[in-house]
Design a protein around this ligand. Sequence first.
Ligand SMILES: Cc1ncc(C[n+]2csc(CCOP(=O)(O)OP(=O)(O)O)c2C)c(N)n1
Length: 279
Amino acid sequence: MNKDKKKELSLWADKIRKTALETIKNAGSGHIGGSMSIAEMLSVLYFDEMDVTVTDPEREDRDRLVLSKGHCSPALYSALALKGFFPLEHLKTFRKIDSDLSGHVEIHVPGVDMSTGSLGQGLSVALGMALYSKTQKYDNYVYAILGDGEIQEGQIWEAAMCAGFYKVDNLIGFVDNNKLQLDGTLEEVMSPYPIDRKFEAFGWNVIKVDGNDVAQVGDAVELAKEQKGRPTMIVAETVKGKGVSVFEGQVRFHGGQPTEEEWQTAFREIDQRIAGLEG
Ligand SMILES: Cc1ncc(C[n+]2csc(CCOP(=O)(O)OP(=O)(O)O)c2C)c(N)n1
């Protein structure tokens, strides 16, 4: 990835972060840590790699994304609003009664490809979409973003076995390996490691990257698209709460809310970075 593209996508990642934090702060609730760790993946997908049409979100042969870790809706909704699927102003209704922007991802929202929130189901859905595309001879790609804690769910491995066996090479997954789940580290709760060797054993092409580096994420997606005869899992090494010093690596910010002082630190740090990238 060239320098200009890297700068542009890093800027989108921080805009996604800032918008997601504003959305959560306004609602008074929402998942910060896991939204921050996937900002680069969403930036690369929506602002570079994915073939989507803002004016025609229902186009059938578009690329698709299933955000299987659906509690991180603030990040996805922010990326979609920044992309232009709906007005940024609408994010102010997040988690309010009668809003379509509920706390977990909802398919009724323009640009969203699948409702998620009950962990463990998204890879199966993405696999079904990818198999359907093959029957229709579409040349699109279906992406799924999984949590590292989420892959403790058994259904993930059923989908992994099926995708490997049937050589579903238009399916590209990410594991957001931020090493924390709801109430502790994965190592303490139930380790899924080594993630790479497990997917390889199920017949996947596996690429390991720094998931908070847009260039590495983008290059991995390019390689995944070229891979024939195997689905690809991109194991993205990330930091939960990435981009804000007081949030990084803190299990408290899985779903907990910051103090006013911590909010101020967060917006100051992100604004400084955005100004630097825009300058
Ligand atoms: C089936 C199911 N069980 C439990 C939950 C509650 N829950 C929401 S987020 C979460 C932790 C997920 O951890 P991880 O996949 O690592 O997400 P991240 O750290 O990226 O936020 C849990 C247990 C759920 N949403 N679905």
